[in-house]
Design a protein around this ligand. Sequence first.
Ligand SMILES: [Zn+2]
Length: 264
Amino acid sequence: MLTQVAEGVLIHESEFCQSNAVVVQGRGGVLLIDPGVHEDEMNCLANDLSELGRTVVAGFSTHPHWDHLLWHAGLGTAPRYGTARCAATARDRLSAGVDAVAKAAGIPEGVSLDLLGLITGLPAGTTQIPWDGPGVRIIEHQAHAPGHAALLIEECGVLVAGDTLSDVLIPMLDLNGPADPIEEYLSALRLLEDAAGDVEVVVPGHGSVGGADQVRARIDQDRAYVLALRDGKDPSDPRIGPSAKPGWEWVSDVHLGQLQHLRQ
Ligand SMILES: [Zn+2]
């Protein structure tokens, strides 16, 4: 089921970690960002789009993690993009073979990996997605994953945040990448803050869509978490511990893992 979150922007929610696929209406078809996870859900999305008479003219993956790199044959053969660094990282990781990636990442049943990661990197420094539709600004940063992009659809004030600014998921640092993952995360949040002025709707990669008041609240919440992690303090964050949403209790383990890693 597609739900409109702003004029010309719809989302399709997955049962897997409340993942949000984002559909942006353009002139000749739609841009599809992070299409979804389970095969039947992407099939459902493909049917919804065809009922609306819309074809996918471009795809985009916000970052090189498997749950953002999937595709379904029913969505067609439009070019699928990511940042240069995102595409290079995906290619690199997939060079060991899809099965190895699936095993390492613990990809669940019901996920078809046939079209995993077949994305084209946009030239480094590209600031807009090349497509015939409303301008979509690429805000690249290195928090969470290499070449992670948040997308700002300026015309309608929608920020597609990828795996940041979630109401259920704490900042998950890229602990194996940058020399200073904490600083990378903080600088990403500064970039999002700079872009937040005209944002009316924030769509996280996982979790609930938020309104204008939520944009700044979530930036502040993510920053408070990252600072607490840096300083070894109790983050007292509602997304971890007993106040975590049902089904998201595992996020507390992610927190403990991050804490431990940074203490080493
Ligand atoms: Zn994700």
